[in-house]
Design a protein around this ligand. Structure first.
Ligand code: ADP
Length: 300
């Protein structure tokens, strides 16, 4: 693989500094995955991010943040628009999130998109949140482009990342998520969400469903429980190491996806890639915040 491209929405993050003030950062599910991919990928692999932003200072700052992080921004610029924002609140140690994203330029990312900057052998990654924020025409356009690059030899990876509040309703969400999986080679669902909104009884049911939808490789994450890998009829599990001090599970799944996809693209087996995913997310949940300093996991 020479390029990993993530597609979606990056937002401004305002996080409490513990002394009554807020620190501004940038994060968002697909962006977090790109950011962690940059931490673990060899330097010759290009990590890129495709979205839409405004023309204001925060949009410029976001683009600069990406460049400084070693991520190549493919940002469509929308005049008089801006980027979404979320604020983290701390209540008795628990983090809660408030979002201002309904007017974000990212919702227009597919409006005039007629190709994806990837070629045979590259990997492109998107999520259920990417689909959720787009108007229906944008979802259709993005899925068509994903299907097209897939037939050209690009690996398409998809994390359903179910967020019912971003959708008209659960049924609408489940229908589009299944369409997302239909254009993907790799689906990376998290069991807790799948059980809640698709009613899956266990991880095998989740794997079977995404496999039926069209994803040849399904990797079901399940918090501290074993990761289930389903490739065609083959099935194996990888148990994450126990993490004694879980500080904040934000971006656990995003970082898992990054290490998994990078290890796989580097020639690792499914089990090796899952172990790399578990090792990276174990570091991430031990620190507070979405983007935390990590060490690239060694393949085992
Ligand atoms: P998401 O963040 O998408 O909900 P999960 O919670 O399923 O994803 O976690 C993704 C990965 O993070 C897991 O497969 C596991 O490797 C790691 N992880 C999450 N929670 C824990 C935990 N309590 N102990 C150890 N590993 C964990």
């Amino acid at each position: 693989m020479s390029r990993f491209l993530a597609v979606g929405e990056c937002m401004i993050e305002m996080a409490p500094d513990g002394a009554g003030k807020f620190v501004m950062g940038f994060a968002g599910d697909t962006f977090n995955t790109a950011w962690y991919a940059r931490q673990v990928a060899p330097p010759n692999v290009e990590i890129a991010y495709l979205s839409a932003v405004g023309t204001d200072k925060p949009s410029d700052d976001m683009a600069a943040f990406m460049r400084e992080a070693g991520i190549v921004p493919h940002l469509r610029r929308r005049a008089d628009q801006t980027v979404g924002l979320y604020l983290v609140s701390l209540e008795e140690g628990e983090r809660t999130f408030s979002y201002w994203r309904s007017a974000a330029a990212a919702r227009t990312l597919a409006d005039d998109l007629d190709s994806l900057p990837v070629g045979a052998g590259d990997t492109v990654f998107f999520s259920g949140i990417t689909l959720a924020i787009l108007p229906e025409a944008g979802r259709r356009r993005l899925l068509e482009l994903m299907a097209r690059v897939r037939s050209d030899g690009v690996t398409v990876a998809f994390d359903p990342n179910l967020r019912p509040r971003l959708w008209q309703g659960t049924e609408d969400m489940c229908r589009w998520i299944t369409r997302g999986a239909a254009v993907a080679d790799i689906a990376l669902p998290s069991f807790e969400d799948e059980a809640a909104y698709f009613g899956d009884a266990d991880t095998d049911v989740t794997a079977e469903r995404y496999s039926e939808a069209g994803a040849g490789l399904v990797v079901v994450k399940d918090g501290p429980k074993p990761v289930l890998i389903r490739a065609g009829r083959a099935r194996e599990t990888v148990a994450p190491d126990c993490v004694a001090d879980v500080v904040d599970t934000t971006a656990a799944g995003d970082s898992f996806n990054a290490a998994f996809l990078m290890a796989l693209a580097d020639g690792g087996s499914h089990a090796e890639a899952a172990r790399a995913g578990c090792a990276l997310s174990a570091q991430v949940i031990g620190r507070r915040g979405a983007l935390v300093p990590v060490q690239a996991p060694v393949r085992t």
